[in-house]
Design a binder for this molecule. Structure first.
Ligand SMILES: [Zn+2]
Length: 765
């Protein structure tokens, strides 16, 4: 192989980024809104009833509208509930707001909003049929109408059929959850058939979860019989991670959700092959086995996957995380992400500033999603005019920029997700296990590394080879098949980046003496450190083994780079391992903390890391295998990056390792940490697009509840920031979208000063 041209030292170095100043952006916004309103008149909508292509083919932005309070009243709404929830008016307002389709809330737990023989309407409707109103108006507007139908909390049916409730292991019913193995499935089919008759374009079915935490189901008679028939043995008596039957129970639960989704999809298609089905998906973090979904299997049901992003529930990084996840879970298919106009939650009756919505919308679009903006109307169904003005500007801008989206992502790092580890290591506290995966993503975003996801469920060598670097973030359970694929990937020139306790557990989550990755790592596991306050020191004179192939510090080329101070122990909080090198070269120091010398280590301030104590092993191992390289961190810079004790240097470690392994990316982006870069390629026009999306939250005061857990403020202003791009393979021209962007091209380098939330630099090569 040709070794990378810089030394290992570079991964211990840190660099600064350009600073940010802010200034108002109103002139730009007014200009843009005007252009958007004009251009949006020129783009025809696609309706499944009038064209060969399904409605979602080429769709970019749409809306979902439902009345607030639909989920919360338990059938005891005030008389004016949804009184003004008018299907025709909603269709008109959404079309005027540049929506290309409308997902109309039709069925909630207690009511449906069409004339049904099966489920009652709200009393305030009188003779009105909201679905009919919307479909008739939608036909005039060429606006496809998709019926939102709630599946999982059918309060009306469960009052009539309490025997359909999911049951706990002790036989007690779970009052709010239905079991998907009961005759409830027939009630759903009958209801969908009623709605189909209206001429809708499809269904959005929400949700197929089996609960988001305890109490867990389902041990009803239907499930017990099915389990016995499938496995020839009774169900386990409850959640028990020590027994094989619990593994069978997990598989049984996954199969239940899968079967239910496939049955509904097949049924809808049998009624109208052109009608679409999509399910609100929950196979991604923070959701875990409780929900009854796995990342790939349940994303593939229906016509496309739909998921939610949102700072309110999942954090600001969920936009890019989820979009990349849905892409990976449904290769080659469109994927939909739902966001909301409320400041904190769907039903909160607030309206976000336009720039706050723009940041989220353009992050999702840049990553290739199509996006649905959710509006919860007032309790009586009134539509907030300011919200619709802002949504109109937002969706119009998206449609105006349509040509910029949907191209092939250019990626540096494949982040590996082991669903088996999610279940059997994460168990009933999956959030801790998710932290390494989420931290790897966060590091990639902050450091402008292109990323995607890889799943154990459907892993292939070809998938691995899509990425120059594959990261195993604390992937504890790795089968022989997976390790063999990793080996072949590295032997063929791939770069593997390993963190935490990867490979150190058997398929049931029990600790192994060593690691299934020892051959690749080039070291044996001496001790797995159970504590998380671990430290690292770049006390590198030279690697401890001979034959080191890297001779120059690649990052020294730039004067703006500052190294992490040598001889400085810095916290890399997270799982760590003491390795004994065999074939690997090692360097740097791993240190434990003074907690290790306490009589009761867990008794001292478990939330706060304690200071560095002594060297316990090497920090980093590098092993050459075939044409490739395996770089192993004895600690977890990914876990540290997503944690509450994230120091910047821990994240730089991760990024420097990636840059060491792939020193010549196709595009190198330098920008502030709060600016996400998404690089896409359009080979047909030989155009690389670099989307730059600024997250510019405002400061907050003390919260009334749960201090000190402050939610970020809203984005009000567009920041001004500098960025630079460097192209490996030559650059013919570079062009910005915004008039206000200053762009200087010098050979293969582009320097930018940008004053907006979203900019796209189009670069011809
Ligand atoms: Zn059941």
């Amino acid at each position: 192989m040709t070794p990378p041209t810089h030394t290992f030292h570079s991964i211990l170095e840190v660099k600064t980024t350009a600073s940010i100043t802010e200034f108002p952006n109103t002139v730009l916004s007014v200009f843009r809104i005007g252009m958007i309103l004009f251009l949006s008149l020129l783009v025809p909508a696609v309706w499944a009833g009038t064209t060969q292509a399904p409605w979602f083919s080429g769709a970019l932005v749409g809306m979902e509208v439902g009345p607030t309070g639909a989920q919360f009243a338990g059938g005891k709404h005030a008389p004016d509930y949804a009184r003004n929830f008018n299907g025709a008016e909603i269709a008109r307002r959404c079309a005027a707001a540049n929506a290309e389709y409308l997902v109309l809330w039709v069925r909630d737990g207690d009511y449906t909003f069409h004339n049904s023989k099966l489920v009652p309407k709200p009393a305030s409707f009188g003779d009105r049929d909201v679905l009919r109103e919307a479909v008739e108006e939608g036909r005039k507007l060429n606006l496809p109408i998709i019926a939102y139908c709630q599946l999982q909390y059918p309060a009306h049916e469960l009052r009539q059929h309490p025997e359909w409730k999911a049951r706990q292991a002790n036989g007690k019913p779970i009052d709010h959850l239905v079991c998907f193995n009961t005759p409830y499935t027939n009630a759903v089919k009958a209801l969908l058939a009623e709605m189909m008759a209206y001429g809708i374009a499809g269904f959005h079915l929400d949700m197929v979860d089996q609960g988001f935490g305890p109490p867990h189901g389902c041990w009803c008679d239907h499930c017990q019989k099915l389990f016995q028939a499938e496995y020839g043995r009774p169900m386990p008596k409850g959640v028990n991670w020590e027994e094989e039957d619990w593994d069978r129970m997990l598989q049984f639960r996954y199969a239940t959700s899968d079967r239910f989704e496939k049955m509904l999809t097949d049924y809808v298609r049998s009624l109208d092959p052109r009608a679409t089905v999509d399910f609100n998906y929950h196979g991604n973090p923070p959701f875990s086995w409780e929900v009854g979904q796995t990342p790939v299997r349940h994303a593939g049901n229906g016509d496309f996957v739909t998921g939610e992003a949102g700072l309110w529930a999942f954090g600001a990084l969920s936009a890019s995380f989820n979009a990349a996840w849905y892409r990976a879970a449904t290769p080659g298919k469109p994927f939909q992400v739902a966001i909301q106009r409320g400041v904190r939650m769907y039903h909160d009756q607030t309206t976000r500033p336009l720039n706050d919505m723009r940041w989220e919308m353009f992050t999702l679009l840049a990553h290739g999603a199509f996006v649905t903006m959710i509006d919860k109307t007032a309790y009586d169904g009134w539509l907030d005019p300011v919200a619709y003005d802002r949504i109109g500007a937002l969706l119009g801008e998206a449609r105006d920029k349509r040509v910029q989206f949907g191209h092939t992502p250019v990626r540096d790092v494949g982040i590996y997700f082991s669903a088996r580890s999610r279940d059997w290591i994460g168990r009933e506290k999956p959030a801790t296990w998710f932290q390494s995966v989420q931290g790897a993503h966060k590091a990639c975003v902050y450091e402008h590394l292109g990323f995607g996801f890889l799943f154990d469920e459907n892993l292939s060598l070809d998938d691995l080879k899509q990425f120059p670097v594959v990261c195993l973030p604390n992937a504890g359970i790795l089968s022989d098949r997976e390790v063999d694929l990793f080996r072949r990937y590295v032997e063929d020139g791939g770069k593997l980046l390993i963190t935490g306790h990867s490979g150190q557990f058997d398929r049931m989550g029990k600790p192994l003496a060593g690691s299934t990755l020892e051959g690749l790592i080039g070291a044996t596991v001496k001790v797995r450190l159970e504590g998380s306050d671990n430290w690292m020191r770049g006390n590198v004179s030279d690697p401890t083994r001979g034959g080191w192939p890297w001779t120059s510090v690649e990052l020294n080329r730039s004067a703006v780079l500052h190294p992490i101070p040598r001889d400085w122990p810095f916290l890399v909080r997270g799982p760590a391992t003491i390795y004994e090198p065999t074939t690997a070269a090692s360097t740097g120091d791993l240190l434990d903390s003074h907690r290790a010398s306490l009589a009761n280590p867990a008794g001292y301030n478990a939330d706060w890391p304690l200071s560095a104590r002594q060297v316990v092993g090497p920090a980093v191992l590098i092993n050459f295998v075939g044409k490739g390289v395996v770089l192993t961190f004895a600690c977890s810079p990914d876990f540290a990056t997503a944690g509450e004790h994230h120091i910047v240097e821990a994240r730089k470690l991760f990024a420097n390792a990636v840059r060491l392994l792939t020193p010549s990316p196709r595009v190198r982006v330098d920008a502030p940490a709060n600016v996400e870069a998404v690089v896409t390629d359009d080979p047909a026009t030989r155009t690389l697009r670099i989307h730059l999306i600024a997250y510019n939250a405002t400061p907050q005061t003390t919260p009334v509840k749960e201090r000190p857990y402050v939610l970020p403020g809203l984005i009000e202003d567009a920041p001004m920031f500098r960025a630079s791009l460097e192209f490996r393979d030559g650059l013919k021209s570079a062009r910005a979208m915004n008039r206000t962007t200053q762009l200087k091209k010098r050979g293969n380098r582009v320097e930018l000063t940008i004053a907006d939330i979203h900019e796209v630099i189009q670069c011809r090569y």
